[in-house]
Ligand binder design. Structure first.
Ligand SMILES: [Zn+2]
Ligand SMILES: [Zn+2]
Length: 152
């Protein structure tokens, strides 16, 4: 994105502060970052910031649609600035690594509910849970060594 983050904030009528800019930059630079990690990145960039200020800034940015909040079950919330395409996520149950997957059909919202029960649906959230290649490899290695012990 060639646009200056400060301009993006201004376009949405968000007051530009050093903290908000640093939070936005941290999310842009680290897709699927947690609030804790944002706080760490911001501290490295502009010095002290409280976790509460990080949450406040994240809340403002999410509220204005500049970043997206993903809340996988049993995992801390993650934040990303890829907001326009309704993409989905693959999450490793073992190590928590999260990667993007393209929308299942093409355009948002990609899932048409068979029965909307009168709801006005604007988003379909899909999370694919499983194990990442590294964790599968590690698990296989473990199984192999266990098997060898049983035979020997
Ligand atoms: Zn993993
Ligand atoms: Zn993503």
């Amino acid at each position: 994105m060639p646009t200056d983050p400060a301009d993006l904030l201004r376009q949405r009528g968000i007051q530009v502060t050093a903290q908000r800019l640093a939070v936005f930059r941290a999310v842009s630079g680290h897709p699927h970052i947690t609030a804790d990690a944002v706080a760490e990145a911001v501290r490295n960039e502009i010095g002290a910031i409280s976790l509460q200020s990080v949450y406040d800034a994240l809340g403002v940015l999410v509220g204005e649609g500049l970043i997206r909040r993903i809340q996988p079950a049993g995992s801390p919330a993650r934040f990303e600035d890829r907001v326009a395409d309704n993409h989905h996520h693959l999450i490793c149950r073992t190590c928590g690594r999260m990667v993007d997957v393209a929308c299942a059909v093409g355009s948002a919202p990609c899932l048409t509910a068979s029965e909307d029960n009168g709801y006005e649906i604007d988003e379909a959230e899909v999370v694919y849970w499983g194990r990442c290649p590294q964790c599968v490899k590690k698990a296989k290695k473990k199984e192999k060594s266990r098997g060898q012990r049983q035979h020997g």
